[in-house]
Design a protein around this ligand. Sequence first.
Ligand code: J76
Length: 283
Amino acid sequence: SPAPQRHLPLRYLQISSFANSSWMRTDGLAWLRDLQAYTWRNDSDTICFLKPWSQGTFSDQQWKQLQQTFQVYRRSFTRDIREFVKMLHVDYPFEIQVSAGCEELPGNTSESFLRVAFQGRDVLSFQGTSWVSAPDAPPWGQMACTVLNQDQGTRETVQWLLHDICPRFLRGILETGKSELEKQVKPEAWLSSGPSPGPGRLLLVCRVSGFYPKPVWVTWMRGEREQSGTQQGDIVPNADETWYLRVTLDVTAGEATGLSCRVKHSSLGDQDIILYWDRSHAS
Ligand code: J76
């Protein structure tokens, strides 16, 4: 049966595109596990709440302060990067991605991270109290860290955000967003045949859609026997904050009868969905 999700990370993702010395944009978004709760578009001064529980248990005053910190950061970041480009002789265009966040761990502890990528590859991260360059970063990664580490004030602010604010804010969201985070949405499942894998062969396709949360178990069976040839696709998102999965089995036409697709999901309790293959599916 599907493994339950214990982890509820809060993640901030930032994409900054620098086209040339005058054009750039920065967009930010943040997720609670797989639910997007915030956006911060380049053209907006303020962080936009996408959920009624986005503010967590922070007061308006606390949130305003936090937002101001981020506004200062975004302005400074753009200015910083422009200066680094000149100092390190980096060429335009390029893209910088920042990811940061935290997660609660068993025993009332939490874990935080902050990473920066350049052209899709890790260049630096924040570890403990300072910036560290990634093992396979370009030569200027080390230089960037040395410069960044001279700013004691920023190092302290980053530590405060990562180790104090983030876990506290997350705890609040887990309270205010509890019902949505714990929502259970039942999957639908249906069978069809896919493109024939070859003469006399059938591709049996079992589609499962609309479930939440993500963990799911789907397999082709003959009676109580799991069919080892079962091929799982990726679990991909629907547009309505539910998930979709396609699971196939390649068989000879004669083997198809008696096969079934079985779905286990937390929303179904013990009532697994079982769909039997019959000739009507082969078209
Ligand atoms: C993702 C969260 C990071 C939060 C940082 C918060 C702190 C902050 O905004 N610091 C900027 C302003 O710092 C001044 O003001 C502070 C008080 O508000 C303090 O007094 C501080 O002492 C003072 O200097 C500061 O300018 C930072 O440098 C902003 C940018 C941080 C950053 O991420 N820079 C960065 C990232 C990657 C620089 C280089 C790279 C490498 C890529 C280079 C590619 C060419």
